[in-house]
Design a protein around this ligand. Structure first.
Ligand code: SF4
Length: 220
């Protein structure tokens, strides 16, 4: 299936979806948002990465920061923190540059590696966008973790690619129906930026947006 740009979902939503499908629905379908410490720290780290500069050459490597990416096949769009272009005979031509380059996405994260697949799936989706845009094959990428100051190599094998495609399909399914998934309360709720909005609505089995509107009506 080929998606139109107006139907693209945000790549950053993969983080929310892996953390809690309901949180993703509240943010991306119902447009609810609430900052907490974790999300603010994450935003600052990304802002620093994107502010450093756009394009930098280091020997055989070109580093591009804040590159806008999308995929019509996946129906997603977003921004790559860093894309490294490594000079290589097996690579692809890059507009305005001599030679051929291998393409390597690098995503910056606060904290340390997570137990869930969120970071790996987000990076794999970025790689698949870059493959579609640059007509190339990307074998691996890196996740850089601010807390441990280390890069982790991620290989884009068939398993991670299939998982990424089926998760994004599921997201599109919810989005098209305008349905925010219901879920049970878990220990993740304590660290959730939307718990004050979500939990009362969850208990009453109505949408968070409807719950807030009802509370506002009561105070008028
Ligand atoms: S409070 Fe819990 S159920 Fe609600 S969105 Fe957050 S993590 Fe999900």
């Amino acid at each position: 299936m080929i998606y139109s740009p107006e139907d693209y979902l945000m790549l950053s939503g993969i983080q929310h979806f892996c953390f809690c499908k309901r949180q993703w629905g509240l943010i991306h379908i119902e447009q609810q948002w609430s900052d907490n410490l974790l999300t603010v720290e994450g935003d600052i780290l990304h802002k620093n990465v994107h502010d450093i500069g756009f394009d930098e050459k280091r020997g055989d490597k070109i580093v591009v920061r804040g590159m806008a990416i999308n995929s019509a096949e996946l129906g997603v769009s977003g921004v790559c923190d860093v894309v490294e272009f490594m000079r290589s005979e097996d690579g692809v031509s890059i507009f305005g540059r001599e030679g051929k380059y291998k393409v390597i996405p690098v995503e910056y994260k606060r904290g340390k590696p997570k137990e869930n697949d969120a970071d790996r799936l987000q990076l794999a989706a970025q790689a698949m966008c870059l493959e579609e845009m640059l007509c190339c094959k990307i074998e691996k990428g890196f996740l850089y973790y601010g807390e441990i100051r280390r890069r982790e190599e991620i290989v884009f094998d068939d398993e991670i690619r299939q998982k990424t495609v089926s998760m994004i399909k599921e997201m599109h399914g919810y989005f098209e129906r305008g349905y925010t998934p219901k879920t049970k309360r878990t220990k993740s709720c304590n660290a959730c930026s939307l718990k004050d909005i979500c939990l009362p609505g969850l208990q009453k089995n109505i949408s968070a947006g409807k719950y807030i509107r009802e509370r506002l009506d009561e105070t008028e």
